[in-house]
Design a protein around this ligand. Structure first.
Ligand code: SAM
Length: 243
């Protein structure tokens, strides 16, 4: 998996993406997340990458030419799927992460200040992705969220596939709660079933917790959920009866 992140602040990306699980995956050569400094493609001696907006108003707008030259140097004329991080984009989801994973390589473009010149978007961007209905100072944190979500699904990055297929949002549900030592912590005990050693009961309990949590916290997901087997149908019936 190769991800190039076009940014005015490569230090932000490197500080995060070279640490922890993704950092180790990069060391092993499983993924490559490269921060590319847009300013390096500015033509003037001050490496100017933004200017005042036409039509007036506050803030700065990122110039199209350094963006274009940077993008062109990365793609070398080949079609490379290009994503702009934008508060106006389509909401980022696990499904979108899976689609990007399937591409094998893509470019993420980080806006900053007021955003970037629309003509670069029209010329080079394939899709716009938002990480939520709020506005951040720049696209770097959203780009890292996207890169992390994609890279952790690359084989070998996590110990096994279950590490991500059994988590929230993989099959449209929130995950069950987790517990570790001690058995009782400040008067709060671990649910007994988890200490029973009875694997089938533990699996069933976790599935029920997952469904209960989804119903409580994300009724939108719960309404869209379809049971995958007989056990799901039985658990759903229990939940609806309150048992
Ligand atoms: C201050 S924002 C610009 C907001 C823009 N003027 C608007 O009203 O839509 C600067 C940059 O941060 C990034 N950004 C901010 N919020 C985001 C979000 N929720 N998801 C993805 N990117 C975001 C985008 O790259 C954006 O160009």
């Amino acid at each position: 998996m190769k991800i190039d992140i076009m940014t005015l602040f490569p230090g932000m990306i490197n500080a995060v993406m070279r640490e922890s699980i993704i950092g180790r995956a990069q060391d092993k050569g499983l993924v490559r997340v490269r921060a590319v400094n847009i300013r390096d493609w500015a033509s003037d001696k001050h490496h100017k990458a933004d200017d005042a907006p036409y039509g007036g108003g506050r803030g700065q707008v990122m110039l199209p030419e350094p963006l274009y030259r940077c993008h062109d140097a990365l793609t070398r004329g080949e079609p490379v799927h290009t994503v702009l991080l934008s508060a106006q984009g389509a909401p980022f989801t696990q499904e979108k992460a899976r689609q990007l994973l399937a591409k094998g390589r893509f470019i993420l473009v980080c806006g900053h200040y007021e955003g970037i010149d629309q003509r670069f978007i029209d010329a080079c961007v394939d899709e716009e992705i938002s990480i939520g209905d709020f506005v951040l100072t720049g696209g770097e944190i959203p780009a890292m969220a996207v890169a992390d979500a994609v890279c952790r699904m690359v084989p070998g990055v996590l110990p096994d596939e279950e590490a991500f297929t059994e988590e929230s949002h993989w099959d449209g549900l929130l995950e069950h709660p987790h517990y570790t030592r001690p058995e009782t912590w400040r008067g709060r005990a671990v649910p007994e079933v988890l200490l029973s050693g009875h694997h089938a009961n533990i699996v069933r309990w976790r599935r029920k917790m997952s469904l209960l949590r989804t119903r409580r916290d994300r009724p939108d997901l719960y309404a869209a959920f379809r049971p995958r087997d007989k056990q799901d149908r039985k658990i759903l019936a229990e939940i609806e009866q309150g048992t």
